[in-house]
Design a protein around this ligand. Structure first.
Ligand code: GLN
Length: 484
């Protein structure tokens, strides 16, 4: 049995039946990390000792006849912007290189309570700002399909970890595309849940009205398993929804007869590469053959999504990141007085992209400019949400490409931040509108790099997203391909 080829569902089943010990499984993935991480850079740190202890406790529970949790023995890699008790949590920044949280994020608590085993913390763009992990203050993660190409970002390390089979499952966060874009670039499945579906308590905040945590896996079936564990109201996050959490696996095997899929022609415009266009068009045919019908829809205001996002996100970031000042949490620069201590700490420990966003956000929120920028962007955001509400009156899902191209090369967008920001063109709208969206593998380009398609659904309808994705994955094997 090649443990790294098992799905999350299979791992849990085998650990529960005793066919595979949690300890062997965990050790196997830790060995994979030792073997592969130097080349791939997916992990910033591992939690070896704790992971093995936890796995041994699960094996002991099984031997004693105790009932195991729904994720028993499942190794999970967690993005380093999510707090893990006793384990360094850097958010990809030098600012937090020595930050050891005193508590677990709610999602980490829930995963652990269900029997999952955290094996390490994954690389990311600093404070989740970026689309390539080139903004990691440590080292970039690489695309396991071709090391000259980026894995995407900001959850690039989480995507690399799963794609390179160093972890069966990882957790990412998505503010404007950071789960879906790297999932697309690395040929895996990535789900951004509805805003409020998953608690953000313990997620180091980037833009609080947009941030969501979600699973990155090989398949939709595995994503459903992880979603079941991490979803639901949390008294520590007042924006987490009280809505009942459905059984995400219940609908997976239902046929797609009668499912209405909307196609927005704007998503197939000039900037789209031919290989992505062709693969996404082929997927439409696959979904039709499964019983879905497709119709054109319009999302007229989404053409302003990038502009709106790159005002709102930096504004919120400029406020959220004010807490990193050398007084608590962070490293502290030497200085003679308090003001110098603040400025030196922030000047020395934040990277350029983070400084860029803080400056932009502070400017846009400043007196006299608020109405022209933040307020205006918020109004556009509402129009985008209205577009979605209207579209979802006539369709169940919206389908399109996740990213206009496949993974770009390191340095390709270094001198042109706008080109980098445009990598998010199809993903940011879902964050602005708060709707759930998934990226699943749907092909490869001529260079062998993966292509992803995105499905978006009504708020709180992750079940239909997962159903359509799973049904698609029963007919295709793109999600089963692994880099050599
Ligand atoms: N690439 C986008 C940005 O840099 C999205 C990041 C994210 O979703 N965290 O803001």
């Amino acid at each position: 049995m090649q443990i790294e080829n098992l799905s999350a569902v299979e791992i849990v089943a085998k650990v529960t039946s005793g066919e595979l010990s949690a300890t062997d499984c965990t050790q196997h993935f830790l060995d994979q990390i030792s073997k592969l991480n130097d080349d791939n850079g997916g992990f910033l740190s591992t939690t070896e000792q704790l992971a093995i202890q936890t796995a041994e406790a699960i094996d002991a529970d099984r031997a004693a006849g105790k009932k195991l949790g729904p994720l028993a023995g499942l190794p999970v890699a967690v993005k380093d912007g999510i707090c893990t008790q006793g384990q360094t949590t850097t958010a990809g920044s030098k600012m937090l290189s020595k930050f050891v949280p005193s508590y677990d994020a709610t999602i980490v608590q829930r995963l652990k309570a269900d029997g999952a085993i955290v094996i390490g913390k994954t690389n990311m763009d600093e404070f989740a700002m970026g689309s390539s992990t080139e903004n990691s203050a440590y080292f970039p993660a690489k695309n396991p399909w071709n090391h000259e190409h980026v894995p995407g970002g900001s959850s690039g390390g989480s995507a690399t970890a799963v794609a390179a089979q160093m972890a069966p499952v990882s957790i990412g966060s998505d503010t404007g595309g950071s789960i879906r874009q790297p999932a697309s670039f690395c040929g895996i499945t990535g789900l951004k849940p509805t805003y409020g579906r998953v608690s953000r308590f313990g997620l180091i905040a980037f833009a609080s009205s947009l941030d969501q945590i979600g699973p990155m896996t090989h398949s939709a079936e595995d994503a459903a398993l992880v979603m079941q564990s991490i979803s639901g109201h949390d008294k520590h996050d007042s924006t987490s929804a009280v809505d009942e959490v459905p059984d995400f696996s219940a609908k997976l095997n239902q046929p797609l007869d009668g499912l209405k899929i909307g196609i927005c022609l704007d998503h197939f415009g000039d900037g789209l590469s031919d290989s992505v266009r062709n693969s996404v068009n082929d997927s439409i045919e696959v979904l039709k053959s499964l019983g879905a019908t497709c119709q054109d829809i319009e999302l007229p205001y989404t053409k302003y999504a990038i502009a709106s996002y790159y005002v709102i996100a930096p504004c919120e970031a400029s406020s959220n990141l004010s807490r990193f000042d050398g007084v608590r949490y962070t490293n502290r620069a030497a200085a003679d007085n308090l003001t110098d201590m603040y400025t030196h700490t922030r000047g020395e420990h934040f990277g350029n992209e983070v400084k860029n966003r803080i400056l932009l956000g502070t400017y846009a929120l400043s007196s006299g400019y608020y109405d022209a920028y933040y307020l205006k962007a918020s109004k556009v955001r509402r129009m985008i949400k209205n577009d979605y509400d209207k579209a979802f009156e006539s369709v169940d899902l919206i389908l399109g490409p996740t990213v206009p191209s496949t993974a770009f090369k390191f340095g390709e967008h270094a001198s042109d931040p706008i080109a980098m920001y445009l990598a998010d063109i199809y993903t940011v709208s879902a964050n602005l509108a708060g709707v759930p969206a998934i990226s699943i593998p749907c092909g490869f380009d001529d260079g062998g790099l993966p292509i992803g398609m995105q499905l978006q659904a009504k708020r709180f309808d992750e079940s239909t997203l997962l159903q359509a994705a799973h049904q698609y994955q029963t007919q295709t094997d793109f999600h089963q391909q692994r880099p050599s």
